[in-house]
Design a protein around this ligand. Structure first.
Ligand SMILES: C[S@@+](CC[C@H](N)C(=O)[O-])C[C@H]1O[C@@H](n2cnc3c(N)ncnc32)[C@H](O)[C@@H]1O
Length: 268
């Protein structure tokens, strides 16, 4: 199954803009490793509502420029409403035809690659638009470590029981398509980018309640999270997940831990 972009809504996009601190902080850590220079030309692929793109724009000085692209029109609409420090366009990683060869110094793909259906094509396009010596920075999810994260801890046992058992299709989630860290490294090398660094990182997000976490997860997955089960089971899965996360609530609220990959590659 390819990632569906049809389940997003204005409500989910606004909720992402308000609640995406986890991705924003992770994005800033990624950009800090890319050594942005004043005047750099940057492309932010899968920019969502553009929080990170705008932050990049503020660091480039008057000669620099940043463009954010995302397939979700509602998210681009919000990104554009924040002024003109950055340019925003609807678009996908696999089709960067709007941009000339070698037209960027840096391409940033923060918290996106696990959703990209054709990663080889996306990496080939990214390489094409990078100038020789330009850098790609990306963060994504290593599916081989998903079992060590809080979401799996709550979700997997639920899905093994009735009424969900036998009625689950994890491929509705980008991360359901298994592209392990090793697979990803192979794809980067096959696309003729040189891998400069790769880190496995742990992250944690804090939520007031199970409900608040589910709102965050649905906004982050642009409405795909509950699509792992058929229509008739969605309300019950949401309610079961809310209870499951509420059961983890402690003095710091509901703490959700997970693992990520951060890598930097360069076009030689
Ligand atoms: C978790 S959000 C991350 C947004 C932003 N980069 C951030 O850090 O806040 C994932 C984003 O990836 C975008 N996305 C999914 N598939 C994509 C693709 N093939 N090409 C570009 N963006 C894609 C989604 O539309 C969504 O906005």
């Amino acid at each position: 199954m390819t990632t569906s972009f049809t389940h997003d809504s204005r409500h989910l996009a606004e909720s992402y803009e308000r609640g995406s601190d986890l991705q924003f902080e992770g994005g800033k850590r990624l950009v800090e490793r890319l050594g942005l220079e004043e005047g750099a030309r940057v492309l932010d692929v899968g920019c969502g509502t553009g929080r990170l793109t705008r932050w990049i724009g503020e660091r480039l000085g008057p000669r620099g420029s940043v463009v954010g692209i995302d397939p979700l029109e509602e998210r681009i609409r919000i990104a554009r409403a924040h002024g003109d420090a950055a340019r925003f366009e609807v678009g996908q990683a696999e089709a960067l035809g709007a941009f000339d060869d070698a037209s960027f110094d840096v391409v940033c793909v923060s918290s996106v690659l696990h959703w990209v259906s054709d990663k080889a094509k996306a990496l080939a396009e990214i390489r094409r638009v990078l100038r020789p010596g330009g850098r790609l920075g990306a963060t994504t999810i290593p599916p081989e470590l998903s079992a060590a994260g809080t979401v799996s801890l709550v979700l997997r046992p639920l899905l093994r029981r009735p009424p969900y058992a036998g009625r689950v299709d994890l491929s509705a989630l980008g991360s359901g398509r298994r592209c392990t860290t090793t697979d990803l490294v192979s794809l980067v090398l096959e696309s003729r980018l040189e891998l400069v660094e790769l880190h496995i990182t742990q992250h944690a997000s804090h939520h007031e309640s199970g409900e608040a976490f589910l709102d965050f997860a649905e906004a982050s997955s642009f409405g795909n999270l509950l699509r792992i089960v058929p229509d008739d089971l969605r309300a019950s899965l949401r309610a079961d997940l809310v209870s499951g996360f509420d059961a983890l609530k402690g003095p710091d609220g509901v703490v959700v831990r997970g693992w990520g990959i951060l890598f930097v590659a360069t076009r030689t």
